[in-house]
Design a protein around this ligand. Sequence first.
Ligand code: UD2
Length: 309
Amino acid sequence: MARYLITGIAGFIGSTLAHALVEQGHEVRGIDNLSTGNLENLADIRTRISFQEMDLQDVAGMKSACEGIDYILHQGALASVPRSVKDPVSSHESNINGTLNLLVAARDARVRRIVYAASSSAYGDQPTQPKQEDMLPRPLSPYAVQKLTCEYYIQAFYRSYGLEGVCLRYFNIFGPRQAADSPYSGVIAQFTYKMMAGETPTIFGDGLTSRDFNYVDNAVSANLLACTAPSAVATGRVFNIGTGKSHTLNEVYATIAEHLGFTAKPIYGPPREGDIQHSLADISRATSELGYSPKAHFHDGLKKTVAWY
Ligand code: UD2
């Protein structure tokens, strides 16, 4: 049994991690400022975790949150490319200042390792597919810059202070509990929610935009592997957490529509600012070095997700 701190525990990925760790008998502490997270995501495990409403930028709070912790799974962030384009300052404060404050607290508390929710957005408009970790990043949006900056901070804290850190570059994670009711929600959640309400979703661009959509269970297993992998393999390193397969927005729309019996054709709108056209992961580093294997497949994951909403 180990002691975990999950930041952003009331959010989509944070709460899914919490369920998995509680299930395995670990001690789970979680913080969330509830700006986008929702305590309903934790309702069935609320008595089995220790939760505090807290902002990542709270210096004293983060100090006490890190006390006695073995592993930090750092999911807390103001996610979304378009949100960061609209308001780069608030997302910078949460994503960069908050992470830096957490790192200082983790270093001082001698936390064993921090696993960071990095983002595939770091690759930006690099034309080469699939994306490999050693490619030069070309972030296009403030969000991508913020997520990449924190990868560098994680690595610098390892080299400067010996705080072990692993960066998991998530590729479009989806699944149950993903917020669906905001324009900043992930596309699968938004399409499902809208179709269920009888509204026709808008596809930004020509529908041929593609993403390596990865079901949340695969992200959970990647986090657990990143905690236990030998330091020489994992520490200070970046791993793509995708599936190695991509799907277009047209395909996503059609599949969700089929599950829900929704018959209207999509509305097409202009491409979204800060968006990249194609995103596909090369997962060979994570598979060979962490033992990561994305067992949950896109279509099964989509079926479970649609059924959940
Ligand atoms: C980025 C990152 C992802 C994660 C996420 C967090 C990339 C490739 N991926 O996801 O790893 O960090 O940010 O937020 O950078 N769309 C529509 N209609 C809608 C909503 C979205 O067509 O109503 C399109 C959107 O323009 C984009 C695609 O769907 O082309 C996916 O959008 P998203 O917001 O779900 O995720 P994305 O790719 O920005």
